[in-house]
Ligand binder design. Structure first.
Ligand code: SF4
Length: 345
């Protein structure tokens, strides 16, 4: 029976060194292989040109790299590019490249599907099939960076975990993936350019503080009172706003990292002056900036975006109360790549 191959990128450098010695090779070869895997992002052993052919064959017999592959790309009329990635076990996830005036942002996924069931989100209608591994998180960044260079001759500047899945429910793998993206012996990108977006799992937000992470945090807020928020986001039942705000303050005290509230304005749901007042109150409790996001209708649910009049009034109320709010126009709507639309369609 064929021996099952080891997923080489689950190994630490020390573990890899032991494996390489077992193959009868010198230990320093492990460092070379590790560099190929994490700094040079080799997706096959054949690319490892400073290793002998014999060693490359031995590696191929014993290990698998399990790289993700681009299965499909679609380019929006606004320049946004959506990628469907195929994982080694045939599952699919999506990532989006969002070029803007001064940024090249990769929006990446952390899970296949999502169990949190936010009512307005296409992914929320697919159950979680599995967590992504650290190297699958890393691979999305590598591939979107290659696409950015190919289409725009510019590298990625920012990474947001706002694709499929709840990153804090895949905590260890997300942190390990970010470590490979930011480490000097990895892609060496700045953690300050990474934002992890959560639906609000209070316990895990505190853990981020305890782990003194260097990246920024965004909360998908979308309503500033518990009744409305629970109706939109069932996760709020077990993580009410008071708990989440306490956890965010804890995170901020421990790390000093930026916090953003993401707020989608829905027609007739969370756009009134009372909603704006509640939002201002929350912003007095936590040092956060606000991104107001335009909604994109999905087939699965009957929500619609606010009209311009409501949006302007809402934003001017915030501004009058010294709350910084930026409007983020949704990108890639025509290819279902906008916020909340990712569902492998
Ligand atoms: S918004 Fe995020 S947390 Fe909510 S269902 Fe969608 S992917 Fe999951």
């Amino acid at each position: 029976m064929e021996q099952q191959k080891i997923a080489i990128r689950t190994l630490t450098l020390e573990e890899l060194s032991a494996e390489i010695e077992n193959l009868g090779e010198k230990k320093f070869r492990a460092r070379q292989v590790y560099e190929w895997l994490w700094q040079k992002s080799a997706f096959s052993f054949d690319e490892m040109s400073n290793l002998s052919k014999e060693l490359r064959l031995k590696l191929d017999e014993r290990f698998s790299i399990n790289a993700i592959v681009v299965d499909l790309t679609q380019k929006s009329s606004d320049g946004t590019i959506k990628c469907r990635f195929k994982l080694f076990d045939e599952y699919l996830v999506e990532g989006v490249l969002i070029p803007s005036e001064n940024r090249m942002t990769a929006c990446i996924s952390s899970q296949v599907g999502c169990n949190l069931g936010c009512k307005f989100c296409a992914t929320g209608y697919m159950r979680t099939k599995r967590n992504l591994t650290p190297y699958e998180i890393y691979d999305q960044v590598v591939l979107l960076n290659r696409i950015a260079l190919e289409h725009y001759t510019l590298p990625l500047t920012n990474i947001v975990f706002m694709g499929m899945g709840e990153p804090l429910l895949n905590y260890a793998n997300v942190l390990k993936g970010i470590d490979r993206i930011t480490a000097e012996d990895g892609l060496h990108m700045s953690a300050k350019r990474i934002t992890v977006s959560t639906a609000g799992i209070a316990k895990m937000i505190r853990k981020l503080g305890d782990d003194a992470v260097k990246f920024n945090l965004a909360l998908s807020l979308h309503a500033a009172d518990d009744i409305k928020r629970s109706a939109l986001m069932p996760v709020n039942d077990a993580n009410n706003l008071e708990d989440v705000m306490d956890a965010l303050n804890y995170f901020y005290d421990k790390t000093g990292n930026k916090i953003t509230f993401e707020y989608i304005l829905f027609d007739g749901i969370n756009e009134s002056m009372e909603d704006a007042r509640n939002l201002v109150k929350l912003c007095r409790k936590v040092p956060a900036k606000i991104n107001i996001i335009e909604y994109n209708t999905i087939r699965e649910a009957d929500y619609h975006k606010s009209d311009e009049d409501h949006r302007e009034k809402f934003i001017s109320y915030l501004e009058h109360h010294d709350v910084v709010a930026k409007v983020r126009r949704s990108r890639g709507k025509d290819i279902a790549a906008a916020c909340g639309q990712l569902a492998n369609k």
